[in-house]
Design a protein around this ligand. Structure first.
Ligand code: GLU
Length: 436
C-alpha cells in the first residue's frame, strides 16, 4: 500500500502556523513511508476563495520545503461530486430538507429547554414537501451502526449516530459544504491517512459513514491536539501569524519545521539543519493529547541555534551581501538571523570607526598598535598580537582581550577573535588599533 496524505486548505486566507503544522505532519508522514503528499485546494466556496491565496499557499509550502506530488482543486471536481451525490440520493442516504434556519433554531431551543440533546429530528418518510422551496440536503446517518475507529493520536473512538444530527452536505443553491466532497476526494485520490486537527473529530464520525455509504473503506485518521499560544489559548496572534511575518523576522523555514514537528510530542525539539531526522522520527503514537503550546520566543531561540551550525552553502544565495565561507563560519555563532550578517561586513572591510578608547585601555591599545604592523597575518595573528601586548604591558585576561575586541569590532561580544582577526584586512586592523 502506498501511503497517500493530503493537505486541504481553503484558499480564503494565507497559511498560519496552525495549518502549516498540519501540512508538515502530513508531509513528514508521506516522506517517511515513501508515499505521496497531495495539495488539495478546498475552494468549493467560490465567493470566499481567492486565487491570490492559492498562490500564497503554494509559495509558502515551497518556502517550507514541502514538495508536492500532486495538486487538485475541488472547484474542478463538481461533476464528480454531482455523480456521487446522485448515488447517495438513489440509495436514500441523502435526503431533501426544507427547514429554514429560524425553524431549526427554534427546534434546537425547544429540545434544549426540555433538557434533550439538540439533535436534528428527521421528518417522517413521505412528509409533503412545501411548494416553491428549494431543498438543502442532509446525509442520513445509519443509527444502527456505532461509529468506531482507532485514531492514531487519540486511540479508540466511539460515536453513537443516534446522538448526532444528520449533517447538511449541500445547500439549497446547490453549493457544497465541506463534508461530502472531502470524502469523495479522499476516496478518488486513494488517501490512506487523514491527518488534521482534533476540531474535525466529530466530522470524522459522520464522514466514516459517508465512506462506507460510497462503498469505500475509510482511511486511517490522526487527529492532533490543537496548537495554542503561550497563554494556553487559541490566540488571535497565533491564528494570524503567517509565513510572511516569520520570513520578515528572519525565521528560517527549517526552524519553524523543527519546532512544529516535535511540539506536543514526546520527542525533544532539536536544532536540526535538515529534515531527515524529523522524517525519521514522526510517529503519531508519540503525539500528546494536550494542546501544544507555540512560543514565538522559543522559535526565535531555536532559529538562532540552528543558524549557529548552518553551512555557508545553505545561506549563500540569501546573504544580504556576499560573504565568504570563512567569514560566515566566524560570525554565525553570533547571529540571530541571516540578515544580521550584513552588520558584520563593515567589521571585515570597513568603513569602520573604532569607539573612543577608555583611559585604562590606552596602554594595551598603544602596545597593540605598535606590534600589529609586524604581525604575520597569515599565521594566527590574534595569538601573536595578544602575546606581544601581554609581554609589553603585563595585561592579561579581560583587561587584555576586551579593549582589543572593542577596538577591532566595536563590540564587547562576538565571534572568537582568533577566527575573526585573520578575516579582517591587516591595514584595517592596524588603523583600528591606532585610535589612542
Ligand atoms: N478544508 C478543510 C479545513 O481546512 C480540510 C479538512 C480536512 O483535512 O479534511 O478544515
Amino acid at each position: 500500500m502506498t501511503v497517500v496524505t493530503r493537505f486541504a486548505p481553503s484558499p480564503t486566507g494565507t497559511l498560519h502556523v496552525g495549518n502549516v503544522r498540519t501540512a508538515l505532519h502530513n508531509w513528514l508522514w508521506a516522506r517517511k513511508h515513501g508515499g505521496r503528499f497531495l495539495l488539495r485546494i478546498d475552494d468549493t466556496d467560490l465567493e470566499r476563495s481567492k486565487e491570490e491565496y492559492v498562490d500564497a499557499i503554494r509559495a509558502d509550502l515551497a518556502w517550507l520545503g514541502f514538495d508536492i506530488d500532486g495538486e487538485e482543486r475541488q472547484s474542478a471536481r463538481f461533476a464528480l461530486y454531482e455523480a456521487e451525490f446522485a448515488k447517495l440520493k438513489a440509495a436514500g442516504r441523502v435526503y431533501a430538507c426544507y427547514e429554514t434556519p429560524e425553524e431549526l433554531d427554534i427546534r434546537r431551543k425547544i429540545l434544549l429547554s426540555r433538557g434533550l440533546p439538540p439533535v436534528y429530528e428527521r421528518k417522517p418518510d413521505g412528509a409533503p414537501a412545501p411548494e416553491g422551496v428549494a431543498p438543502h440536503w442532509r446525509f442520513r446517518l445509519d443509527h444502527d451502526a456505532a461509529i468506531e475507529w482507532i485514531d492514531m493520536v487519540r486511540g479508540p473512538q466511539h460515536f453513537e449516530p443516534k446522538t448526532m444530527s444528520d449533517p447538511v452536505v449541500r445547500r439549497a443553491d446547490g453549493s457544497w459544504l465541506y463534508l461530502l466532497p472531502s470524502v469523495i476526494d479522499d476516496i478518488a485520490m486513494r488517501i490512506t491517512h487523514v491527518v488534521r486537527g482534533e476540531d474535525h473529530v466529530s466530522n470524522t464520525a459522520t464522514q466514516i459513514q459517508m465512506f462506507e455509504a460510497l462503498g469505500a473503506t475509510p482511511p486511517a485518521f490522526a487527529h492532533e491536539a490543537l496548537l495554542v499560544g503561550t497563554e494556553g489559548k487559541l490566540s488571535k496572534r497565533l491564528g494570524s501569524l503567517g509565513m510572511a511575518n516569520l520570513r520578515e523576522d528572519g525565521i528560517e523555514p527549517i526552524a519553524l519545521v523543527a519546532l512544529l514537528a516535535r511540539l506536543g510530542t514526546s520527542d525533544p525539539v532539536e536544532p536540526v539543519t535538515d529534515v531527515a531526522p524529523l522524517v525519521e522520527s514522526i510517529d503519531f503514537a508519540r503525539f500528546g493529547r494536550a494542546p501544544a503550546r507555540f512560543d514565538e520566543a522559543e522559535l526565535a531561540l531555536l532559529n538562532q541555534k540552528i543558524l549557529h551550525h548552518t553551512d555557508h552553502a545553505a545561506v549563500a544565495d540569501r546573504l544580504p551581501t556576499p560573504i565568504s565561507e570563512a567569514r560566515w563560519n566566524a560570525i554565525r555563532p553570533n547571529l540571530t538571523t541571516v540578515a544580521e550578517a550584513a552588520e558584520w561586513v563593515s567589521v571585515f572591510d570597513g568603513p569602520f570607526a573604532s569607539p573612543a578608547a577608555e583611559e585604562v585601555d590606552r596602554a594595551v591599545l598603544a602596545a597593540a598598535a605598535a606590534a600589529a604592523p609586524g604581525v604575520d597575518w597569515s599565521a594566527d595573528p590574534w595569538h601573536t598580537l595578544t602575546g606581544a601586548v601581554k609581554d609589553a604591558t603585563g595585561a592579561k585576561g579581560r583587561a587584555l582581550f576586551l579593549p582589543l575586541r572593542r577596538a577591532l569590532t566595536g563590540r564587547d561580544h562576538g565571534p572568537d577573535m582568533a577566527e575573526l582577526l585573520p578575516l579582517i584586512a591587516k591595514d584595517q586592523a592596524v588603523a583600528r588599533l591606532s585610535v589612542t
